[in-house]
Design a protein around this ligand. Structure first.
Ligand code: ACO
Length: 331
């Protein structure tokens, strides 16, 4: 069974409420019907009811079991606007701005529902950029206790069972933090290991990637990775981690044994932490396209409640999968 099938089954075992703010977007409408039919989550679509029903008609979609809430007529809007104002007034937000965002920006209404425990998680991004999806979540939900930064990872299902755990690996952070410092990189590693365990059922073995292995090159870029590795060891002494490692030393047994002898990670890594967003984003797309791997994500990690982002090129199936991931994260 694929990792995603396992996640869908987990989602079905304890149904969560997931809000989809892009309520009249055709792929979102069709995915909602599938999710309701398969019993993966209770879906709330945000937007004008008539508009959403028209999209459902045009796409031959049965919205039985899917809830629709229009922020403009919801009796919760005033409560949410006050909540947003309270959360953001020290950043200069006025009550008028908070009311306007709550009524007219469904991404804000969605995260406010999650903040207020009226939904367990949110998924958006079929028509909004990653930044626009994440900003309201960062402002309203903030990071989970003890977590320094919000970041992301992908579950990579490759056709190379000799690497990772039967070909399954976690790559982080491929979507959020452009240039993490050493402490932030450490936080990315800890969150990615946690996601590896909770979502992909992996026993995390974390490789902190670089162009250097154990001092083979000297550069400030390498120093950052070394410092981040030390920080993780300090914060999570039980986590299996090694760095700095080149990708081959992380993945290939013979190279790992040669370059980092005695390491429990080198040659066996299943969580790969890239030094910055350029390397990570390029890296996952190369493996996905050239290696024909299934890339599931980005899975956002470190927020106090789960929110996930879709690619604007997403398929209906992608939306179903990301909703299942979000529902499991909410359990
Ligand atoms: N973790 C925790 N908090 C954060 C983070 C983070 N990673 N980033 C920003 N914040 C906080 C800020 O401190 C700020 O808090 P405050 O207002 O309470 O003081 C709040 O969030 C909003 O910050 P902004 O400065 O308005 O947000 P910013 O413009 O930095 O945007 C974002 C954050 C959207 C995550 C940005 O870093 C970004 O655009 N990242 C890249 C996204 C991207 O384009 N990815 C590649 C494509 S995705 C793909 O290919 C799969």
């Amino acid at each position: 069974m694929s990792v995603v099938e396992v996640i869908k089954n987990k989602a079905k075992s304890n149904i969560k409420k997931i809000v989809l703010p892009e309520g009249n977007e055709p792929r979102t409408v069709q995915a909602s019907a599938l999710i309701a039919k398969e019993g993966i989550a209770h879906i709330i679509l945000l937007g004008d009811k008539r508009e959403i029903e028209q999209v459902a008609n045009e796409t031959n979609t049965d919205l039985n079991g899917v809830e629709i809430i229009d922020p403009k007529t919801s009796d919760k809007s005033e409560e949410y606007a006050n909540l947003l104002f309270e959360l953001r007034k020290n950043r200069g937000m006025t009550i008028e701005e908070a009311t306007n965002l709550t009524l007219n920006n469904t991404l804000y209404f969605g995260v406010l529902m999650v903040k207020n425990n009226d939904a367990d998680g949110m998924v958006a991004g079929a028509i909004n950029s990653t930044g626009n999806v994440l900003r309201p979540s960062l402002q309203v939900l903030k990071t989970a206790p003890g977590i320094k930064v919000v970041s992301s990872c992908f579950i990579m299902e490759t056709n190379t069972p000799q690497y990772g755990q039967d070909g399954v690996l976690i790559f982080g952070d491929c979507a959020v933090m452009p240039n993490p410092d050493a402490d932030e990189l450490a936080a990315i590693a800890i969150s990615s290991a946690e996601t590896a365990k909770s979502l992909a059922d992996l026993d995390p073995k974390v490789a902190m990637l670089s162009f250097s292995t154990k001092g083979s090159a000297k550069h400030e870029f390498v120093d950052k990775v070394v410092q981040a590795t030390e920080k993780v060891k300090e914060l999570k002494p039980d986590l299996k981690i090694d760095g700095e490692l080149q990708a081959d030393a992380a993945l290939v047994k013979s190279v790992g044994e040669l370059k980092s002898p005695g390491s429990s990670v080198a040659g066996n890594a299943n969580v790969l932490i890239f030094p910055d967003l350029q390397a990570a984003n390029i890296g996952y797309k190369l493996v996905q396209r050239l290696g024909n791997a299934i890339a599931t994500g980005p899975i956002i990690q470190g927020l106090s409640k789960p929110v996930n982002d879709l690619s604007r090129g997403c398929s209906i199936e992608d939306i179903v999968n990301v909703v299942a991931i979000t529902a499991v994260k909410a359990q």
